[in-house]
Design a protein around this ligand. Structure first.
Ligand code: ADP
Length: 153
């Protein structure tokens, strides 16, 4: 099954939204394969947001992403990269659809509570960036045949 990388940003941690986001992940039937708290710093953010390093707002991204520790998660599921991006909603929380995490829990284009990998290729790179191999648990829940139908997984 596919895996994706999720970060519960300082805007989620500070606002005590960790439990609400994790509840939605579990309710959907996504499998948590890795989860830990860590303090990010500028070097890892320069890698992770390499496509934004030259933007004038990059220092502000660093400030907001280092404001508190974050929760990093590895999720597993069929088509989980696309499924979790859809659950996340568009970048600007004010424009994100109701029912999405950003659309229900935030009002910002920067303090938008979650990061979600945007492609299968990037998900692999991002999981390796934030987790050591022994921190990923490739387990299968006992109820997996009730999460997916025959032949789906
Ligand atoms: P996404 O997180 O939806 O994949 P991007 O990869 O474009 O979006 O941006 C990464 C993160 O950088 C965003 O989630 C947001 O926190 C921050 N960001 C993006 N654009 C801006 C901006 N114009 N001003 C401030 N922060 C921004």
């Amino acid at each position: 099954m596919e895996k994706t990388l999720v970060i519960l940003k300082p805007s989620a941690v500070e606002r005590r939204l960790i439990g609400k986001v994790v509840e939605r992940i579990e309710n959907r039937g996504l499998i948590i394969c890795g989860m830990k708290m860590m303090q990010l710093g500028e070097p890892i953010l320069r890698e992770h947001y390499a496509h934004l390093v030259d933007k004038p707002f990059f220092p502000s991204i660093v400030e907001s992403m280092t404001a508190t520790p974050v929760i990093v998660m590895c999720l597993k599921g069929v088509d989980v990269v696309e499924t979790f991006r859809t659950m996340t909603g568009v970048t600007n929380g004010r424009k994100a659809a109701p029912g999405t995490l950003r659309g229900d829990f935030c009002m910002s284009g920067q303090a938008n509570i979650v990061h979600a990998s945007d492609s299968v290729e990037n998900a692999k790179i991002e999981i390796d960036r934030f987790f050591r191999p022994e921190e990923i648990f490739d387990w299968t829940p006992a109820n997996v045949n009730f999460i997916y139908g025959d032949g789906e997984k």
